[in-house]
Design a binder for this molecule. Structure first.
Ligand code: HEM
Length: 428
């Protein structure tokens, strides 16, 4: 067992519970319903809270997951692929991922989307995951941290490995070989970032690592090791999740072509499309919490020390919250917890939204007559980090990049936390 007691023990036993519900949860966590996990998640939620054994409680209703996110503590031990920022770093990150930073990232996202569409224009077919979903977050995160563009392929391989390890943290199912591979990837990325940070001491730049190491206003200065670690946290937490959101959003668009028409009429619609994708198909489907004290969560008694596995993907489709939970309805877009809630709410939500909205807007504008090219979309092995493996699209044409970028509508201007384009870029 690679991850110790913090992992979900898949052997039955421990507390009394519903054997059938427990079997359903284990099927879900083992990724046995990857193509469409939602019918299974409905059954799990209908069964109510499930004790797996060894003090592990699975919650899946909206009310209970929301309460646990806010009152539980991060499950830290063994959770290295499950990111949590210490309080001091968290304050620095919130300041660092603010409006002006986003304003600087928007042109990077736009130009890489256009470059990638140019590169596939001649063949009239694209594979969304490798042509857009990975390159755009990689370019944006690299710009954020000041990493050379040429390092992207090296970094991509390691971040894929680290993203793929998230499930093993939940299930404890990692074999020795994959655990060794995960550790190697983690060590590589940390050593790489440590070297970048050392370079920044002599030549500070306009990037987050320089700001973190020199950030002595209020929050204090981070040591080189802490800055490198923070960089790894951002890359691991932000890369695969955002790639999954991008490909999931494009998939949603292909499945509902009328939404593409709405998007072409109103680029501000990208915000609603992305939010609804986050609700119906959240990239991070599962998070963990630990009860630091005895808790009472919406009628469930949770003794201190209990590990809680929160099935956000089930909570988002809770019929007690939404009349038609399985219907993709961007116009209504009920609220979701895809970025968590409470003290650990994802600080990377603004750049993730910016990236996904930018891709959608440009895809709808430039890729004409887009349709599924072949087969059904396939998903990666992971249950907790839900991302497409490949998504082939045929296009009648890919328009030239000199089309003007659309300006956001007024509704977006009223939602600064969900920017299509950061406020600084908006025309009056
Ligand atoms: C669609 C993309 C993303 C999704 C779905 C996502 C989801 C989440 C969720 C659910 C949490 C809370 C985990 C918990 O409560 O246990 C979280 C935390 C976090 N995310 Fe994201 N995230 C995304 C993108 C990003 C990006 C782009 C970054 C960095 C630039 C980032 C950095 C972080 C960090 C540092 C934390 C830990 C926060 C803390 O512990 O206070 N995430 N994310």
């Amino acid at each position: 067992m690679a991850t110790g007691r913090s992992a979900v023990h898949v052997s039955p036993g421990g507390e009394a519970g519903n054997d059938e519900a427990r079997a359903l949860v284990l099927r879900y966590l083992r990724g046995e319903a990857r193509a469409d996990p939602y019918p299974l998640l409905h059954r799990i939620r209908s069964a109510g809270p499930v004790w797996l054994g060894d003090g592990v409680l699975v919650l899946s209703s909206h009310e209970q997951c929301a309460a646990a996110l806010r009152s539980g503590e991060p499950a830290r031990d063994g959770a290295r692929a499950c990111p949590h920022a210490p309080v001091r770093l968290r304050r620095l990150l919130d300041r660092a991922l603010d409006g002006p930073t986003l304003a600087g990232l928007a042109p990077v996202a736009r130009s890489v989307v256009d470059d990638r569409l140019d590169s596939v224009a001649a063949r009239g077919r694209l594979e969304v995951v490798s042509d857009l979903a990975h390159p755009v977050p990689m370019a944006v995160l690299s710009r954020l941290l000041g990493l050379p563009a040429g390092d992207a392929p090296w970094l991509h391989r390691r971040l894929r490995t680290l993203g793929g390890a998230y499930d093993s943290v939940l299930t404890g199912a990692a074999d020795a070989a994959s655990e060794a591979e995960r550790r190697r990837a983690e060590t590589d990325v940390e050593a790489y970032l440590a070297e970048v940070v050392r370079g920044r001491r002599d030549r500070p730049g306009d990037d987050l690592l320089s700001r973190l190491t020199g950030a002595d206003r209020g929050g204090g200065r981070l040591t080189d090791a802490a800055a490198a670690s923070a960089g790894r946290l951002l890359l691991v937490a932000g890369y695969e999740t955002t790639a999954a959101l991008v490909s999931g959003s494009v998939l949603a668009l292909l499945r509902a072509p009328h939404e593409g028409d709405a998007l072409r009429r109103d680029p501000g619609h990208a915000r609603r499309l992305v939010e609804e994708t986050l609700r119906v198909d959240p990239p991070l489907q599962v998070v963990r919490r630990r009860a630091g004290t005895d808790l009472e969560l919406c009628g469930v008694r949770v003794p201190r020390g209990t590990e809680m596995v929160l099935l956000l993907a089930a909570a988002h489709r809770d019929p007690d919250r939404t009349a038609h939970p399985d219907v993709f309805a961007p116009a209504d877009a009920p609220p979701h917890m895809a970025f968590g809630a409470g003290a650990h709410l994802c600080p990377g939500a603004p750049p993730a939204r910016l990236i996904a909205q930018t891709v959608l807007v440009r895809f709808a504008q430039r890729v004409t007559g887009a349709r599924f090219a072949r087969g059904t979309p396939s998903y990666r092995r992971s249950a907790a980090l839900r991302g497409l493996r490949a998504l082939w699209v045929d296009a009648e044409g890919i328009a030239a990049r000199d089309l003007p970028w659309p300006q956001p509508d007024t509704e977006d201007a009223r939602h600064p936390s969900m920017p299509l384009f950061p406020a600084e870029e908006r025309k009056p």
